[in-house]
Design a protein around this ligand. Sequence first.
Ligand code: SF4
Length: 357
Amino acid sequence: MAVRPRLRRQFCRTLVRMTSEDSLAAQTAPGNEDLDSPRFARVQGKLLHWFGGNRRDLPWRRSRDPYQILVSEVMLQQTQVDRVLPYYRAFLDRFPTAAALAAAPTADVIRTWSGLGYNRRAVNLQRTARYVVDEEDGVFPRDVDALRRLPGIGPYTAGAIACFAFEQDVAFIDTNMRRVLHRLFVGVDVPAPQVPDRTVIAIAERALPPGLGWDWNQGLIEFGALHCTSRKPACVVCPLQPECRAFPAIQGVLAAARATPRPRREPAFAGSNRFYRGRIIAALRDLPGGVQSSGIDLRSLGPLVRPDFRDEHVPWLSSVIDGLARDGLARIAEECPPYDAGTGEGGGSARVKVRLP
Ligand code: SF4
C-alpha cells in the first residue's frame, strides 16, 4: 500500500458526532450487513493506493497553513480546480496572510477576486480573516467545533481546515466524497441518493483510517473528481470495482440518463437580479480612479449596467444595490440631504451615490 510514511504519530481523532439517529440510519442503510472491518480495510487500502499513484500536485496540497487552506476551499466551492489555480496564486500574492486580507479595503479584495464569480465568497472570506485577527489573535483554531464558530465557516470547511491544515482525522463530506462513499457503501446514487447525508457522514466516520485522515479525505476528493465522476465513472478500470455496491447497475442507469435528452438549459441567468448584481460590481470595479472613491450616482450607473436603462428603472436599481450593500459588496453614500430625498420618481434614489466598499 503506497501510503506516505509521515503520518504515523498519534493524531487526535476528532469525529463529527453521531447522534443516535445517525447510528440508526447507518445501521439501516441498504445492504448494510457486510459493512464490516475487513471490507472497510480493503476499500481504504485500494483507494489510498490509487491516490498515491494519481494525485495531482496542487499548491494547497503542499500547504499546511490554515489560511491558505481556507482560501483554497472557499475558491473551490462551485468552481473547477483548473479555473481556481491562477486566482489562488494571485490572491495569495496580494493577500499572503489572514492579517493582510483583514487589513485590506474590501474593494481591493473584490477586485482581486474579479472573474472568479460569486463575489460574496470574497467578502465572507475577508470577514472570516478579520474575525481571526480581531478575536483569535490571528491564530486559527485547530478543532472542528471552534472552527465552526468562525463566521462563514460551515461543517465542510471546518472539517477541511482541521484535516488539511492540522492533519486531524476528521470525517466530512463534499459533493465528490458523498458520491464516492454512497456508491461504494450504499449503491446507485442516481437519480437521487438512497440515504440522507447523515448516513453518508456516519459511513465516512467509519471508513476513515486512523492516522491517515489527510490522505484518505484528499484521496476521496480526488477519486470523485478524476475517476468516479458524476456522469462517467471509469468502472471498467476501477480498482474498487469488487467492493462497489453501485457496480454494475450504475453504468446502465447513467447510460439511460445520457440517452434521455436533457431539457435545454434556459439562459435564465441573463436578466436575473443575480446577473445584474454581477454587472453592477463589474461597473463599480471599472470606474475611473477618481470616481471609485467618491462613487457614482444611479442615473450614471444605470446605462453601464443595462443599455435600455431609463429613469423608471431607478427604484429597481436602488433595490438591487440595497441587496449588494447588505451583502457587503457595495457601499451607499447619500449625496442629497435627507429632507430632499424621495422627491419625484426615483429622485431621492437617483441622487444616492454607490461605490465598492
Ligand atoms: S466501480 Fe464505478 S461506481 Fe464503483 S467506485 Fe469504481 S468508478 Fe465508482
